[in-house]
Design a protein around this ligand. Structure first.
Ligand code: 3PG
Length: 388
C-alpha cells in the first residue's frame, strides 16, 4: 500500500511544510552541480506545495568532502528559476528572522543535514528541533529512505506526514517488479555481491531472466571454477551453489580484460571467459554478451536494470552505454536506476526513452529486496491529526 500523498491536501495556505528532499548530486572539482537529475525530480513537489500556498522549508544531505548544498541552492536560483534562500545552519542566528518573514513563493533550503550531529543516529532531541520548523512533513527523498535517520524516520513520529510526488512515483513504478508483465528481464550489475545476493535470489523466482553483470558476475565465474585473475571479487567467498546453474540466470560469455598492472583502455582486449588469464583483470562485458542481452531485450515486456556492466569510473563504460541504448530502444516497459547507471543514461541524453528512471541507488535495491523501506514504514504509521 502506498503512503499518504500530498495530493490529498488541496490547500496548504499558511502551513509550514518541512520537506525532506534528496539533493545529493555530484559536484564538479570547482564545486558546481555536475548533474541536476535529482534536483529536477524535486521540482513537481516543490511546485505543487508552492502553488497550494505552503511555506516550504527543505532539508537534504549531500555527500563528499565537506559536501555543501550552497551550490545546489545557487543552481536552483540561476538555472531553474526557483526562489531559494539558503540557510547555512538550522540554528543560524538569522534563521528565525528569515523564517518569520518567509513568503510562499520562496523556498528555504538548509545546509547539508548530515552536518547536524543528531541526524544519522536519529536523535529524538534533534528530531524535535527539526519538527519545530514545520506544521507538516513531506518526504520526497525516496532515494534516502533506506536510511533510518532523523529527517526520514524521526519526524513522521512528530508531525502529520505525507509522501511527495516523486516518492509516490518511485513506490508505484518499482512495485511493478513484484507482479510484472512477462517476459520480465531483471538486470543487475556493479559491485558488492554479498549485499545484492538476496536480490538476485528473489528475482530468480520472480523474473523470467536474471542477468548478472559487472563485478558481481566475477563471483559466479569463480564459483564455476573459471579464472578471474585479479578481478574484483567478494571477500571470503560466497556460497553460490544454488544459483550458478540456475536455468533463469544469464551471465557474460565474454569480457574485456586488461593486464592487472596496466588498466588503460588502450591495452584492453576482448576474451572468452575461459581465456581470461591469471595476470589479467576483467573490466567490462564483451560483444557476444551484449548480443545475448539484445536478443532477450527484444522480446522483453518488462525490464528492470540497476548497476553498470563495467568499471565505469576507470573509463570502461562501453558495455554500460551499449546496454543503456538497447534498453532505451526496447519496446518493453523499462525501469532503471543506480548512480552509475543514471550517469551513463544522462551522458547519452537517453533519460526520456525509459519508462521510469529511479532516483534511487541503494534505496532502489533495498526496496526491490524488501518491498519497503524505513522511510515508507515511517509514513504509514498512524498519523497525528493534520487539522485538514
Ligand atoms: C544516494 O546517493 O543513493 C542517496 O542520496 C543516499 O545517499 P547515502 O547512500 O549517502 O545515504
Amino acid at each position: 500500500m502506498l503512503p499518504p500523498s500530498i495530493r490529498e491536501i488541496s490547500d496548504f495556505s499558511g502551513k509550514r511544510v518541512l520537506l525532506r528532499l534528496d539533493l545529493n548530486v555530484p559536484l564538479t572539482a570547482h564545486g558546481e552541480v555536475a548533474d541536476d537529475f535529482r534536483i529536477r525530480k524535486a521540482l513537481p513537489t516543490l511546485n505543487l506545495l508552492r502553488e497550494r500556498g505552503a511555506l516550504v522549508r527543505a532539508v537534504s544531505h549531500i555527500d563528499g568532502a565537506g559536501g555543501s548544498l550552497r551550490a545546489v541552492a545557487d543552481y536552483m536560483v540561476r538555472h531553474l528559476g526557483v526562489a531559494v534562500t539558503f540557510l547555512p545552519e538550522i540554528a543560524h542566528q538569522q534563521a528565525a528572522l528569515l523564517l518569520e518573514r518567509q513568503s510562499p513563493r520562496e523556498i528555504v533550503l538548509f545546509e547539508n543535514i548530515r552536518r547536524e550531529e543528531g541526524e544519522e543516529r536519529n536523535d529524538p532531541a534533534f528530531a524535535e528541533r527539526l519538527a519545530a520548523l514545520g506544521d507538516l512533513y513531506v518526504n520526497d527523498a525516496f532515494s534516502a529512505s533506506h536510511r533510518s535517520h532523523a529527517s526520514i524516520v524521526g519526524i513522521p513520529q512528530l508531525l502529520p506526514s505525507y509522501a511527495g510526488l516523486q516518492f509516490i512515483d518511485e513506490v508505484d513504478q518499482l512495485s511493478q517488479a513484484f507482479d510484472p508483465p512477462r517476459p520480465f528481464i531483471f538486470i543487475i550489475g556493479g559491485i558488492k555481491f554479498d549485499t545484492k545476493l538476496p536480490l538476485v535470489r528473489k528475482f530468480l523466482e520472480i523474473a523470467d531472466t536474471v542477468f548478472v553483470g559487472g563485478a558481481l558476475a566475477n563471483d559466479i565465474f569463480r564459483a564455476r571454477g573459471l579464472s578471474v585473475g585479479y578481478s574484483v571479487v567478494s571477500e571470503g567467498g560466497l556460497d553460490l551453489s544454488d544459483i550458478t546453474s540456475h536455468p533463469k540466470l544469464l551471465t557474460p560469455c565474454d569480457v574485456r580484460v586488461c593486464p592487472a598492472d596496466d588498466r588503460r583502455e588502450e591495452v584492453a582486449r576482448f576474451a572468452r571467459l575461459e581465456d581470461v588469464r591469471t595476470d589479467e583483470t576483467i573490466m567490462d562485458a564483451g560483444p557476444a554478451t551484449l548480443e545475448a542481452l539484445r536478443e532477450r531485450l527484444s522480446s522483453a515486456v518488462f525490464i528492470v536494470w540497476n548497476g553498470p556492466l563495467g568499471d565505469y569510473e576507470d573509463g570502461f563504460g562501453e558495455g554500460t552505454k551499449a546496454l543503456a541504448e538497447m534498453v532505451a530502444r526496447a519496446a518493453g516497459r523499462s525501469v532503471v536506476g543506480g548512480g552509475d547507471t543514471v550517469a551513463a543514461i544522462g551522458g547519452l541524453k537517453l533519460e526520456e526513452q525509459f519508462t521510469f528512471v529511479s532516483t534511487g541507488g541503494g534505496a532502489m535495491l533495498d526496496f526491490l529486496a524488501n518491498g519497503t523501506l524505513p522511510g515508507i514504514e515511517a509514513l504509514r504509521r498512524d498519523l497525528p491529526d493534520s487539522g485538514e
